[in-house]
Design a protein around this ligand. Structure first.
Ligand code: SF4
Length: 161
């Protein structure tokens, strides 16, 4: 245990260095959210690849919390939805209800190509459409799956930090 503590002390902070701040042309909602965004994640039909990258974005290496983004357990505590996957039939109503439960002002981030345009699941029998076909989307994160730094960059556009 002592050797582990010594190794932690020797290594210090292991997070990636903070990149340049995001371009100021972020969505208008960033100004309203004022530096902090509480994020509720919704898996609308993902293969879980995007979830792994979201997990990495909030892990110690990419550490999205440095920029004021935090995952929360309830949409009633959130001001942003991060939605992954093409929207499946069974998730249309839960996604709508989750969106309604988030207070104003709110922002919706569609993470991954499936969320943007159904990706590899386009025209699958259980798929209703992209996230924007069900709820209004403010930001899209490109990739299958998107890299954690891309997800962090999108969240920084929400927090403005
Ligand atoms: S974008 Fe790629 S990784 Fe993400 S849910 Fe779709 S298939 Fe999976």
């Amino acid at each position: 245990m002592l050797s582990l503590w010594r190794a932690i002390r020797r290594l210090g902070r292991a997070a990636e260095p903070a990149p340049a701040p995001p371009v100021p042309a972020g969505p208008a909602v960033a100004a309203v959210l004022a530096g902090s965004v509480q994020v509720r994640h919704v898996d609308a039909g993902s293969c879980n690849g995007c979830e792994l990258e979201i997990g990495a974005a909030f892990g110690p290496v990419y550490d999205a919390e440095r920029y004021g983004a935090r995952l929360v357990a309830s949409p009633r505590h959130a001001d942003a939805l991060v939605v992954t996957g093409a929207v499946t039939r069974n998730m249309v109503e839960p996604l709508r209800r989750t969106y309604e439960a988030v207070g104003e002002p709110k922002v919706v981030v569609a993470v991954g190509d499936c969320a943007r345009n159904c990706g590899v699941f386009a025209e699958a029998y259980g798929v209703v459409g992209a996230v924007a076909d069900v709820v209004p989307v403010d930001l899209e994160v490109v990739g299958c799956p998107p890299r954690p730094e891309t997800i962090v960059a999108a969240l920084r556009l929400c927090t403005g930090r």
